[in-house]
Design a protein around this ligand. Structure first.
Ligand SMILES: NC(=O)C1=CN([C@@H]2O[C@H](COP(=O)(O)OP(=O)(O)OC[C@H]3O[C@@H](n4cnc5c(N)ncnc54)[C@H](OP(=O)(O)O)[C@@H]3O)[C@@H](O)[C@H]2O)[C@@H](O)CC1
Ligand SMILES: Nc1ncnc2c1ncn2[C@@H]1O[C@H](COP(=O)(O)OP(=O)(O)O)[C@@H](O)[C@H]1O
Ligand SMILES: [K+]
Length: 503
């Protein structure tokens, strides 16, 4: 699914009105109808509802919704905020329709004293500002936002919580944004929904299709996309009858150190559960028995060091390399990594302390093998790329770094973002908080190595791996719950995740 900016959505909206064709007031009616359906599903018993309405079409949606909820026996009070000298044309029409009905309490409010008391069992509909928000909320509207946020009522935001910008909130006043429990967003999620610091405003979000014109949706250009099962499934390469293990490549995994051999085991197992033909795990000497016992399918290459990574085997036979899980970042490991980065000609997955080493030695950024895949979490990202105050700025830095170095840069999190050399950025919907546990990242590294070794291009390998990893985590969570979930469970559910993806 594409993720468009609020400006682009307005253009798609206009295209729909012109080409469907549908009048703008009818499109608003359709949108409000979808809102109403969804609210009735979530709150089937009619309840008391306070609708706060702003001057634009978001307010118009709120007015149309108020009428529909009242028709469904909700007790509805509508508060039209007097913050602009005029209402949009469609909001005006919907206000007249409401007045004509005559049975809904309607208040025009323009001062803090006029703001009603909001009861804990009220349902608040936030229709103050939507995609047309042009600056941080101030003045009387801010008083209303504060009153909504101070209440214990359930808040449903229409399209986007009022005060939240669709994309860039780096200059916004975070105290002037409605904290919704549920956000019902038209046709597309907004980019801002995918950033952790906005969760408190957006709550649970749901996209409602309002039938915007498919041609406009299809031909619009945006770097941002949300991964879906069908999209990922179509990237999979079929296996053929006469394929043999050579067909699926030989990968080299450099991982583990004294006290961190578990990382090598997890990444090796994940790699083997993701279709790799042959895997060699390069580990420090002390890990020999551990790895041979825990992962008999893997071949082992032994470092001269007992405890850390200081050298690597002849690279000629490998189709891909992964380095990082549990390697530590001692000086000798740094030296070996410099040599590796200078020599290697195949794609490399760079994770964990391998990222930190590059972060500490920025000159290494000039030697990043093209087609490499980086897998930082936020802290590692900051060491590699730099710090930022907010997720939007971080996303801009992420996409820039990926383009500049021709690499895939995966920023791990609840909506893991995959920035590609061509400027595209994919967000992943799979995964759950149960995966916030030691070793989950090692599993992802193993999966990516596996797919690169099988010949998937870096961008595709990153996409499939991230989606599959989250899917395995979701299937595991269904069985074991989020608290008990371990990284090993993610590997155990990789087989089911593959089957589910290919279904
Ligand atoms: N696209 C779709 O698919 C569909 C979209 N629909 C709906 O339309 C919504 C977008 O509507 P919209 O463009 O009228 O914008 P909206 O946010 O209601 O208000 C803008 C008004 O507020 C004002 N204003 C802005 N910031 C302000 C501030 N801080 N403080 C004070 N004033 C401020 C601004 O004034 P100005 O910036 O010009 O000064 C202008 O008057 C969208 O979110 C969705 O709900 C559906 O109906 C149908 C399908
Ligand atoms: N709340 C969450 N929702 C979805 N996925 C998550 C969540 N928390 C963590 N994950 C996933 O788990 C993995 C954690 O990786 P990482 O932080 O490197 O762990 P480790 O270093 O312990 O291996 C990432 O792939 C991340 O996307
Ligand atoms: K809103």
């Amino acid at each position: 699914m594409k993720i468009y900016s609020t400006k682009q959505i307005a253009a798609i909206d206009a295209f729909t009105i012109e080409n469907e064709p549908i009048s703008s007031i009818d499109l608003m009616e359709r949108a409000a109808g979808e809102l109403c359906k969804c609210i009735l599903e979530k709150f089937p018993e009619p309840i008391s509802c306070k609708v706060f309405v702003g001057p634009g079409n978001n307010g118009g949606d709120g007015l149309a919704l108020a009428r529909m909820l009242a028709e469904n026996k909700y007790t509805v009070e509508v508060y039209v905020l007097q913050i602009s000298s005029h209402l949009s044309a469609d909001a005006t029409t919907n206000l007249q329709r409401l007045k004509l009905l005559g049975n809904i309490a309607l208040f025009e409010i323009d001062a803090a004293e006029a703001i009603p008391w909001i009861f804990p069992d009220d349902l608040v509909i936030d229709a103050i500002f939507g995609a047309g928000l042009s600056r941080p909320i101030a003045g009387f509207a801010l008083d209303v936002v504060n009153a909504i946020n101070a209440s214990e009522a359930t808040v449903v935001a229409i399209d986007i919580p009022s005060g939240l910008m669709g994309e860039d909130n780096s200059q916004n006043n975070r105290k002037g944004i409605v904290k919704a429990d549920i956000t019902l967003s038209f046709q597309f999620p907004k980019l801002a929904f995918l950033f952790p610091e906005n969760e408190a405003f957006v709550g649970d979000w749901k996209v409602l299709s309002i039938g915007l014109h498919p041609d406009a949706i299809e031909k619009g250009k945006t770097p941002f996309k949300m991964l879906s099962r069908d999209f990922v499934k179509n990237l999979l390469m079929p296996r053929k009858k006469f394929d043999h293990k050579g067909t699926y490549g030989h990968g080299l995994l450099i991982s583990g150190s004294y006290g961190k051999m578990g990382a090598a085991i997890l990444a090796s197992r994940a790699s083997l559960r993701s279709g790799i033909g042959l895997l060699t795990s390069h580990i420090p000497r002390l890990g020999y028995q551990i790895l041979q016992t825990a992962v008999p399918e893997a071949m082992v290459s032994i470092d001269r060091s007992d405890i850390i990574f200081t050298e690597y085997p002849d690279l000629s036979q490998y189709k891909a390399v992964a380095i990082g899980p549990g390697i530590d970042k001692k000086q000798n490991s740094f030296r070996a990594m410099v040599d590796l980065l200078k020599e290697v000609k195949v794609p490399v997955v760079i994770d964990a302390d391998a990222i930190n080493i590059i972060g500490e030695h920025p000159e290494l950024k000039e030697h990043l093998p093209m087609g490499s895949v980086f897998t930082p979490h936020v802290k590692e990202f900051e060491r590699l790329v730099g710090e930022s105050k907010d997720s939007y700025t971080r996303n801009c830095m992420q996409r820039e770094f990926a383009q500049k170095h021709s690499i895939c840069l995966i920023l791990k999190g609840a909506y893991t973002a995959i920035a590609c050399p061509n400027g595209n950025c994919y967000f992943n919907p799979t995964g759950n908080p149960g995966m916030a546990t030691a070793g989950s990242g090692d599993v992802l590294t193993g999966i990516i190595l596996s797919l690169l070794s099988q010949g998937y291009p870096s961008r595709i390998a990153a996409i499939i791996a991230v989606y599959l990893h989250g899917l395995a985590g979701d299937l595991a969570a269904e069985e074991v719950g989020v608290e008990a979930l371990t990284a090993g469970d993610i590997i155990s559910y990789l087989p089911k995740a593959w089957l589910s993806l290919k279904k």
